[in-house]
Structure formats: structure tokens, C-alpha cells
Design a protein around this ligand. Structure first.
Ligand SMILES: NC(=O)c1ccc[n+]([C@@H]2O[C@H](COP(=O)([O-])OP(=O)(O)OC[C@H]3O[C@@H](n4cnc5c(N)ncnc54)[C@H](OP(=O)(O)O)[C@@H]3O)[C@@H](O)[C@H]2O)c1
Length: 378
């Protein structure tokens, strides 16, 4: 299991492919937008063709090299993986003043991607059709006039949606380009490749925000439910190596117990054999990434809290929805650069861009170890 973690071993899982940050020039005259997205009673025309001329809001150096169209994964209706379709001619998104355009090298999937695709957050979603994808790692190729800290050529990573459930972007990261508010991004740690960096943003920000909200700190103990998942694998590492936990316990099925220990768990609990809530040991914080709050409250000490990511909440549990924040990534970058915190990429991946349906199908089994990464893109 250790091999899942090391930065060099990640390279053995796939052959990194060098991708030019600048795509070949596109000829807008050859693109018939109306035939691609005919006007129907669905809001199909929302993929409005982008103007080719520079907007005054943008400071561009190599705008000519950015095509008008890109390859992307799209869905036009809510549903299971069958609604996903590959589209080779989606308009490259325009950027607002506070945004940068990122040439995407790698993306990662999160459960919110498929919950959103199923229509669970319909009421607060952006309009269909949707290019899904929250997590991105790539290279800045265009900078908005009010974006002051990033520049063209910067290698960045982040979660492109500030509020996960409130108006997530119509154009997400499962595409060649994504427009992102500068404040949601951070410089990619140099030690990490794009696939590794893409494995982090939403999950590590969730892990970090939950621990902060719980008031977690040095000398405290924690039990992580779902320790082998995208979020749980990072909660274990942050609790131990960033927040100074005195003791970390975590749950998984039998085959993942060694991984939990390699991430820093002092106690790895096999949920197929033991009920964590029946153990005599109690914890200052239980971090529930599974949806077991009712049981979790039985494992918390008097005065402690349960951090709940999903499912029903029982006091002293509290639930929150992650806010994307580039400064949280910047805060954590030294721990990533030093290797104290490492991305965990499921060994079934990274999935090439052509296999996004397979990547989603696997994530939706609920059995992923660490993150399901899509690389290379395109
Ligand atoms: N509120 C928020 O802001 C927020 C943010 C991020 C995620 N979430 C939610 O949090 C949940 C976890 O997200 P994630 O990205 O970590 O998901 P994930 O990576 O898909 O989680 C998969 C992992 O869950 C483990 N698991 C499943 N059932 C388990 C059980 N009964 N006990 C222990 N481990 C179990 C699996 O291990 P085994 O194969 O060993 O069972 C697998 O490794 C999702 O529901 C997601 O939507 C919420």
C-alpha cells in the first residue's frame, strides 16, 4: 500500500505524457455552432460561442494560441453515467476580470460530481448542459485584468467551485480549459506532478476545513470514518502531521488497513469485523466521511464533536459544505513539498481522458482508495 503514496511510485502507475500548455490554433470559421447545439426547449445554447477578439477585461499575451473550441465531457440531462458524452467542439470559456484560464493537465473526480449529475443539487445548480469537474491541475494561459498574483505559465491546482453546491460552474475541469477565480488556485507544489496535484484540492480542503471547524489541535485524538477514501486519507495525514494529533484511529475494510497505518493511523479498525462504536476508547473528534453520524456520536468523548460530511446529523455532530480556497492550499503547500502529506491516487487510475465514464463508474462503487484521477487531458 505504501506504493500508492510515494511520489516516485506514482510515476510507475502511468507514463506521464508531456502536454504543451498551448493548444493548436483553432479556425472559428470551420465551426458551425447551431448544428452542434440546435435550439430546443432545453437550454442548449448556453454553450455560447466565445468571441474571438480580446475582451477589455483580459490581459493576454498568447491569446492567439488559445483555440475557440475544446474537447470536454458534457451532460445535457441529469442521470447515471450514460448521460455523459464526449464533445470535441465545446466553446472555450471566457474569463472574468478576477479569473484566469487554465489549460487543464489533470482533473480528479469527487462524489459531488456524480451526486450533482444525478440532479441531487438541481435547485442550486448552474443550468444544463454541464461540463463536470471540480478539481484541476494545469497551467495558466490567460489572466484577467483584476487577477494580480498569477501569471501565464504558472502551474496551478485548485477546486474551481468556491461553493460546492451553490451555482457550481457550468464549465468544469473535465475539459481542456477551465476559467477559474484566481483566489481558488494555488501554485502547484513542485514535488508533485499534475496528476498528483489534481488528487488534492477538494478533498484536502474538506479535510482541513473540517478539522479547523472542529477546533482540532495538538494533543487531541481523532477517529476517521472512511479513512481510505479521498477525504479520509487526507484527514488522517493532516490530523497527524499538520494539526498535531496525539492519536489517530481510522476505519476501512480489511484490505486497506495497512494503507491507514502508512498514512499515520495509530489504530486501524476493520469495519467488517469490529464495530468502532463498541470500542472502549473514545475520541475528542470523530470525522465521519461515510455517513454514520448516529454511530459516530457513541465514539466521541464528552465535550467532543463529530464532523459530518454526508447523511443525517445527530448532536454533537455538525455538518458543513466545503468552501474552495486557494489560500488553504498555499498554507498546506509546505507539508506537501516536504512529503509529510501525500496525495493518494487509486491504482486503477489515472484514467485517460477517453475513460471518464469508466472513472465515474469506478468512483460510484464507493470503493475507491484515495482519489480517482483523470490524466492526461486531453
Ligand atoms: N460536505 C462536504 O463538503 C463534502 C466534501 C467532500 C466529500 N463529501 C462527502 O463525503 C463522502 C466521502 O467523500 P470521499 O471523496 O472521501 O469519497 P470516496 O473517496 O468515494 O470514499 C470511498 C471510500 O469510502 C470507504 N468506505 C465506504 N464505506 C465505508 C464504511 N462503512 N466504513 C469505512 N469506510 C468506508 C471505502 O473503503 P472500503 O472499500 O474499505 O469500504 C472507500 O475507500 C461522500 O459522501 C462525499 O460526497 C462531502
Amino acid at each position: 500500500m505504501e506504493s500508492l503514496l510515494s511520489s516516485s511510485s506514482c510515476a510507475t502507475l502511468f507514463k506521464p505524457k508531456l502536454i504543451s500548455p498551448i493548444a493548436p490554433k483553432f479556425n472559428p470559421k470551420s465551426f458551425n455552432f447551431k448544428s452542434k447545439y440546435p435550439l430546443t426547449n432545453k437550454p442548449a445554447a448556453r454553450f455560447a460561442p466565445l468571441k474571438v477578439a480580446n475582451s477589455p477585461a483580459e490581459t493576454t499575451v498568447s491569446d492567439n494560441a488559445i483555440p475557440a473550441q475544446m474537447k470536454a465531457w458534457v451532460y445535457d440531462d441529469y442521470g447515471d453515467v450514460s448521460v455523459l458524452r464526449f464533445d470535441g467542439s465545446v466553446a472555450v470559456p471566457d474569463i472574468k476580470e478576477d479569473q484566469v484560464l487554465v489549460k487543464v493537465s489533470a482533473a480528479a473526480l469527487n462524489p459531488v460530481d456524480f451526486k450533482r449529475r444525478f440532479g441531487k443539487f438541481k435547485a442550486t445548480d448552474s443550468p444544463l448542459p454541464t461540463v463536470p469537474g471540480y478539481d484541476v491541475a494545469g497551467t495558466v494561459v490567460k489572466v484577467g485584468s483584476q487577477a494580480n498574483s498569477l501569471k501565464e505559465g504558472d502551474e496551478v491546482y485548485g477546486d474551481v467551485n468556491e461553493k460546492a453546491l451553490e451555482g457550481p460552474k457550468q464549465y468544469g475541469s473535465l475539459a481542456e480549459y477551465v476559467a477559474v477565480e484566481e483566489k481558488l488556485l494555488a501554485l502547484k507544489p513542485k514535488i508533485l506532478d499534475f496528476a498528483q496535484a489534481a488528487a488534492l484540492p477538494l478533498a484536502i480542503e474538506t479535510a482541513n476545513e473540517g478539522l479547523e471547524r472542529a477546533g482540532f489541535g495538538p494533543g487531541k485524538s481523532i477517529l476517521v470514518l472512511g479513512g481510505a477514501g479521498g477525504v479520509g486519507s487526507l484527514v488522517i495525514q493532516l490530523a497527524k502531521n499538520v494539526f498535531g494529533a496525539s492519536r489517530v484511529a481510522a476505519t476501512s475494510s480489511t484490505g486497506k488497513l495497512e494503507l491507514l497505518k502508512s498514512l499515520g493511523a495509530d489504530l486501524a479498525i476493520d469495519y467488517t469485523k469490529e464495530n468502532f462504536e463498541d470500542l472502549p476508547e473514545k475520541f475528542d473528534v470523530v470525522y465521519d466521511a461515510v455517513g454514520q453520524c448516529e454511530k459516530a456520536v457513541k465514539a466521541v468523548k464528552e465535550g467532543g464533536v463529530v464532523v459530518v460530511l454526508t447523511g443525517a446529523v445527530t448532536p454533537p455532530g455538525f455538518r458543513f459544505v466545503v468552501t474552495s480556497d486557494g489560500s488553504a492550499l498555499t498554507k498546506l503547500n509546505p507539508f506537501l513539498e516536504s512529503g509529510k502529506v501525500k496525495p493518494v491516487i487509486d491504482p486503477k487510475g489515472p484514467f485517460p481522458f477517453s475513460q471518464v465514464v469508466e472513472a465515474f463508474s469506478f468512483l460510484e462503487t464507493g470503493r475507491a482508495t484515495g482519489k480517482v484521477v483523470v490524466y492526461p487531458i486531453p
